[in-house]
Design a protein around this ligand. Structure first.
Ligand SMILES: Cc1cc2nc3c(=O)[nH]c(=O)nc-3n(C[C@H](O)[C@H](O)[C@H](O)COP(=O)(O)OP(=O)(O)OC[C@H]3O[C@@H](n4cnc5c(N)ncnc54)[C@H](O)[C@@H]3O)c2cc1C
Length: 370
């Protein structure tokens, strides 16, 4: 299908979930540069749904997405798209005020339990004795990005939509109501609506299209995996995070994973882990827990891409008819994808506005334009 009604650039969670929803109303094609979907940020995430990420708007989008994850719709039930995993935010004595503030901020979104030192160690026996306070959300969800991506892809295809892998968009032209996109293979695709869901590359796509970029900033984040101490009950370990952005860790495929929560500005690229952040992850793990990270089993890095105010941009560009921004999902693009998708559907095909606590003007792309 080279002349769909809607052409989506990007086969990550943003592009695929939007395409799947839009394909119920229109003929949709997705162009993805890589041979597989989710190769970049969507396949490199920590995959946790929790409310300690972002601010009120991000939490509202997350809360609005929960029903989808709690009761996945038809087409997403073959393989679990997530499994329950408690979330523990822990502190030492000197960080207690920050925990109080976070608890106040999160209490409108999650049912939190305040924990003393005994409660913290009961939930996460790996933490050192200086972890003396905590809040727990027993309803966290560890998401499965591959099940989510495949579920969306199935929906897209069921409704007649198409994915074109291995098609890197190389040129974009606009003429009399039609966007024409040429891929690096020389194939041409045209549509009146072009959805820019290119993740870290979304500003590059805008520049190709002659649209003013938003000032997106990709930031690299690193994850390592390593063995847990013998006898660790991995089944019941939580996703454990320091109250400040220093460290999180959780069980991962029979081992543990950890991130030093690095946010290193980067150009859009195939992000690779940096030795310094790998070492920092191991150091902070040993600083906060009783685990010795003697051997790192695997490591990876991915980009989290932010708009200048940290909120996503989901909107038609004011300077280019039919050019739709779906960008700036930062570190929350998986857990907010159902709500973001319903917002895209509302703005493009006119379904009801889905999230009462978030207004269309909160997501306007033109808020960044001079
Ligand atoms: C380490 C880490 C931890 C994270 N933890 C969480 C978490 O716990 N919870 C959560 O919800 N989120 C988390 N995130 C964030 C989440 O992964 C992202 O917000 C989300 O994946 C962004 O999705 P996307 O579709 O916008 O980007 P991507 O998945 O990067 O997709 C964009 C796609 O566009 C394609 N593309 C780019 N240029 C072109 C072109 N010219 N032509 C064709 N295709 C193109 C790319 O190949 C890419 O596949 C984390 C991210 C990282 C890196």
């Amino acid at each position: 299908m080279n002349n769909p009604d809607i052409l989506v650039i990007g086969g990550g969670i943003a592009g695929l979930s939007a395409a799947a929803a839009l394909s119920k109303h229109a003929r949709v094609a997705v162009l993805e540069a890589e041979d597989q979907v989710g190769y970049h940020s969507s396949g490199r995430s920590a995959t946790m749904l929790h409310y300690a990420l972002g601010d009120r708007l991000v939490r509202a989008l997350t809360l609005a997405s929960r029903p989808f994850f709690d009761n996945p719709p038809d087409g997403f039930t073959d393989v679990p798209i997530g499994r329950p995993m408690p979330v523990l935010i822990h502190t030492r004595d000197d960080e207690r005020e920050a925990l109080d503030r976070l608890e106040a901020d999160l209490s409108a979104f999650a049912q939190l339990e305040r924990l003393d030192a005994a409660g913290v160690h009961e939930l996460c026996p790996l933490l050192k004795d200086d972890a003396t306070h905590g809040i727990a959300d027993r309803r966290g969800i560890r998401l499965d990005p591959h099940a989510l991506l495949q579920g969306n892809l199935r929906q897209l295809r069921t409704h007649g939509g198409e994915l074109h892998n291995g098609h890197r968009v190389a040129a974009i032209e606009y003429s009399t109501g039609t966007w024409t996109v040429t891929s690096d293979k020389g194939d041409r695709f045209s549509a009146p609506i072009l959805v820019n869901a290119a993740g870290s590359w979304a500003d590059e796509i805008a520049k190709l299209a002659g649209v003013q970029p938003l000032g997106l900033q990709p930031k690299r984040r690193t994850i390592i995996t390593f063995d847990a101490p013998a006898g660790t009950d991995l089944e019941h370990l939580p996703f454990a995070k320091t109250v400040g952005d220093e460290l999180y860790f959780a069980p991962e495929s029979g081992r543990l994973f950890a991130s030093p929560m690095d946010e290193v500005p980067s150009d859009p690229c195939d992000a690779q882990p940096d030795e310094l952040e790998v070492a920092l992850a191991a150091y902070r793990m040993e600083e906060r827990t009783t685990v010795n990270v003697t051997r790192i089993h695997s490591r990876w890095a991915g980009l989290r891409t932010f708009t200048p105010d940290g909120h996503p941009a989901v909107d038609f560009a004011i300077d280019a008819p039919g050019f739709f921004w779906l960008a700036g999902q930062g570190g929350f693009g998986l857990q907010t994808s159902p709500a973001m998708t319903a917002i895209v559907e509302s703005l493009i095909v006119g379904t009801d506005w889905p999230v009462a606590d978030v207004l269309p003007q909160d997501l306007l792309a033109d808020r960044f334009l001079a």
